[in-house]
Design a protein around this ligand. Sequence first.
Ligand code: NAP
Ligand code: G4F
Length: 340
Amino acid sequence: MKKIALIYGVTGQDGSYLSKFLLKKNYIVHGVKRRSSSINTHRIDKIYQDPHEKNKSFILHYGDLTDTLSIKNLIQTIKPNEIYNLAAQSHVGVSFQIPEYTANVDALGTLRILDSIRSLKLEKKVKFYQAGTSEMFGRTVNKFQNEKTNFYPRSPYAVAKVYAHWISINYRESYNIFASNGILFNHESPVRGETFVTKKIISGLCKIKKNKIKTLYLGNLYAKRDWGHAKDYVEAMWKILQYKKPDDFVIATGKQYTVKEFVNLACKELAIKISWRGKGLNEVALDESGRKIIKIDKKYFRPTEVDSLRGDSTKAKKILNWIPKTTIKELIIDMISNEI
Ligand code: NAP
Ligand code: G4F
């Protein structure tokens, strides 16, 4: 019998990679999309066009994590073997502007799914994956973060995700639900949302190269992140749910770069020669002809920043046999080739 998966957040970056991954593994994939005034399925449209799939194993439903009735109805109707909760207001910067909505979706939305599993008495049938984040470590003092590192969330987004993490553990311990947390560090791809820094840099530099724009505006160049490729990370999500018991896993590359280093690496791949001048809000990157192609705009700074994230996924390697396969250079090349 084919396994059935239900993906919340199917239209997002990870939802699209996970759908393809699970369809290859012969799953029936149900995905939940939000009603939108403009089309929001561009990342998954190709799955429909796949002649082998022809919609048979990939079914979309309208729903929303703020709508308890639709969550309960869908879970009751579909009775999936695995639920992946990837849905979120996932932008850290935006969460300072819409903190209540972020909490409603990212924190309470998780509770709504878990409590539907409980109240429908599907504890023995359904496994639940929660999309946790390295942002929960926030203002950490540890050089590397693993499953034992304390959380110190630094944004409404991260605080909501800490709630989602702990409510998943609480429902696991209280009601025996197979609820696992993936604590994923930043992961990117050609279909990364346009306002996240890697995609913004790649897309901006490609436009500069084609003379479509003159300048790319960025915020904090000195934040350090551990960037992997989404296609490797969705495999980890699946492996987490195939493990014999529910558990929590850090998923990361263990390597770290500043935003500025990411810009330099991308420029190298695009054969754009730059030199940096100035400090703070006056820092700029000049191209060979002396044009200021990167400037700083303070509107991209956050009220509280997460300065440094670097994951230690030894546990995932040991227990799940998961390791990241894509280097940062390969990630950047993949993003650039899709952009061009
Ligand atoms: P994403 O591209 O922003 O996708 C988020 C998805 O959630 C989209 O499908 C979005 O729908 C959906 N969504 C938003 N609000 C919703 C609501 N109220 N009800 C139902 N669906 C809603 O995020 P991602 O990068 O794929 O990340 C997937 C998950 O992993 C998120 O929970 C994120 O917080 C978490 N995470 C991401 C990273 C990362 O580096 N990418 C790292 C750690 C954790 P629309 O398409 O309609 O907007
Ligand atoms: O690309 P970002 O917006 O990602 P951030 O804040 O690390 O969050 C992402 O990764 C998390 C995992 O750790 C996820 F949970 C979350 O959902 C999301 O996917 O920003 C990365 C860094 C930040 O320090 C930010 O201040 O880049 C800095 N930055 C500098 N200039 C910028 C910009 N970020 C954005 N978005 N835009 C800028 O112009």
